[in-house]
Write a protein that binds this ligand. Structure first.
Ligand SMILES: [Zn+2]
Length: 104
């Protein structure tokens, strides 16, 4: 989910953290060649990014959790109550096992 960058903070290691409109914080490291965010090391670059959108992975994760919760509720409702047929089958199993032991 894309969220607006409100401002930038530094964590205890000196890495830049974007504070997003949703209240989450996300690291914006300049770590080439994997993460190429040269803009984050300059004050101008960061100022330009304030108000821009950044993909918030925490929001995405919360969204997925919500959907998973809803799915689990639906599937719980769909679990059938043991039917008469199941109980009859179990009773007949007990019967046949007692017949078997009686024939010895
Ligand atoms: Zn978020």
């Amino acid at each position: 989910m894309k969220q607006t960058i409100m401002r930038f903070n530094r964590d205890e290691l000196g890495d830049w953290v974007a504070e997003l409109a949703c209240g989450h914080a996300q690291h914006v490291r300049h770590n080439p060649p994997w993460q190429n965010r040269s803009w984050v090391v300059s004050k101008d670059g960061r100022n330009k990014m304030v108000g821009q959108l950044l993909e918030c992975r925490l929001c995405d994760r919360l969204d997925n959790q919500d959907q998973a919760d809803q799915n689990s509720v639906i599937s719980t409702n769909e679990i059938p109550i043991p039917s008469f047929a199941t109980r009859t089958m179990m009773a007949s199993l007990n019967l046949s096992s007692s017949l078997f032991s009686g024939s010895r």
